[in-house]
Write a protein that binds this ligand. Structure first.
Ligand SMILES: Nc1ncnc2c1ncn2[C@@H]1O[C@H](COP(=O)(O)OP(=O)(O)O)[C@@H](O)[C@H]1O
Ligand SMILES: [Mg+2]
Length: 340
């Protein structure tokens, strides 16, 4: 494995075993996350994003079952780790913040106690005083005054609680932060402030991020590359600005057209006709075929494979779209919003 890859997900297949039989929610997904990279996963609700995040952290629970594949973290397969290795992997190597994480704080314990719990469980401090010192530093990096450490979760607003959770996720200086819809429950201003903070912390500490959201415009500002998922499969993976300005997969184009642009002329937003696929009834050919404006005969017969297409992009489509070059400038303006 080359050193610039922190995580390599290979042929990951996750099934939900239900009374009706097995449903494959993640089907043969491959991607890597570079060191210091922010990789986004986008796609309609139910396409398998959270299932991937939980499998990657090995936090999945029945009825979810990982049927095939590998999740290599610095070359070691997370799916084969024993309990001891997993304990160290979670928090120290990788930690996760999810949408409702702010509600997972223990309501009857102070924030101070909850930091202590993490440090103590991982033998990271030799005294309670040291834990308090470290916890105060962490609160400050997410812009919460140190003296608030002794407060209870209910004394914080939702946005602050989510920042506390992010501070906790960063407590053991992990190399990977997985964020699954981390700000979806918050209003847009708070959402942006939190992501801006995470972006700054990433610049400071150099960790990698797997960022999951259904908000493509937020993702384009925040991520280096974006993977677009459809119905349990990765259909396109490319640098952020390219995926929005030059989508190759018809679904990626449809998703891009469903979001307003920040700059440029006002355009009518278009949705994607049709409904997401019922995973219990998957067609022989491409999973997107019934909604695709660009499909031809082969798409009904043969399932496409994710294949390299250009320097740093992958697409799973028999008939990828031609790349128009005109819109690239538009997207560069968007990216600079975060960098400013
Ligand atoms: N506990 C469960 N039992 C059965 N099916 C599930 C369960 N959780 C998720 N699924 C199915 O797996 C698919 C992917 O879900 P999920 O990973 O949560 O999608 P996303 O995060 O992209 O919205 C969906 O079709 C969903 O219905
Ligand atoms: Mg989800």
């Amino acid at each position: 494995m080359s050193n610039d890859k922190l995580v390599e997900v290979k042929n990951l297949c996750v099934d939900y075993v239900t009374f009706d039989g097995k449903v494959r929610a993640v089907n043969s997904v491959d991607f890597h996350i570079g060191r210091g990279e922010t990789l986004g996963l986008a796609g309609e609700s139910g396409c398998g994003k959270s299932t991937i995040a939980f499998a990657l952290m090995r936090l999945h629970r029945p009825p979810a079952l990982i049927s095939e594949g590998e999740v290599l973290f610095e070359g070691q397969d997370v799916l084969k780790m024993d309990e001891e290795e997993l304990r160290s992997f979670r928090w120290k190597d990788a930690s996760m913040v999810f949408q409702s994480a702010m509600n997972c704080l223990n309501p009857v314990k102070t924030i101070e106690y909850q930091f202590w719990d993490i440090f103590d469980a991982h033998n990271m401090v030799s005294s309670r005083e040291e834990s308090i010192e470290k916890a105060k530093e962490l609160l400050q990096i997410v812009d919460i005054p140190a003296e608030r450490l002794f407060d209870y979760p209910h004394q914080f607003s939702g946005g602050m609680r989510q920042r506390v959770v992010i501070a906790m996720a960063l407590a053991l200086k992990p190399k990977l932060l997985v964020m699954d819809e981390p700000t979806t429950a918050l209003d847009v201003v708070v959402q942006r402030e939190i992501l801006q903070k995470v972006y700054e912390l990433k610049q400071q500490f150099g960790f990698s991020i797997l960022f999951i959201t259904h908000d493509l415009s937020l993702m384009v500002e925040f991520c280096d590359r974006i993977g677009i998922m459809y119905s349990g499969q990765l259909v396109e993976l490319a640098p952020s600005k390219e995926i929005l300005s030059e989508p190759m997969h018809p679904y990626a184009k449809g998703l891009g057209d469903s979001f307003p642009t920040l700059k440029g002329e006002l355009q009518e937003m278009k949705g994607i006709p049709g409904n997401p696929l019922d995973l219990r009834n998957v067609p022989d050919g491409c999973r997107f075929v019934s909604r695709c404006f660009h499909a031809s005969d082969i798409c009904h017969r043969q399932s496409p494979q994710l294949a390299k297409s250009g320097d740093n992009r992958w697409v799973s489509c028999h008939r990828p779209l031609e790349i128009p070059s005109k819109m690239v400038d538009d997207v560069e303006v968007k990216l600079s919003v975060v960098e400013a």
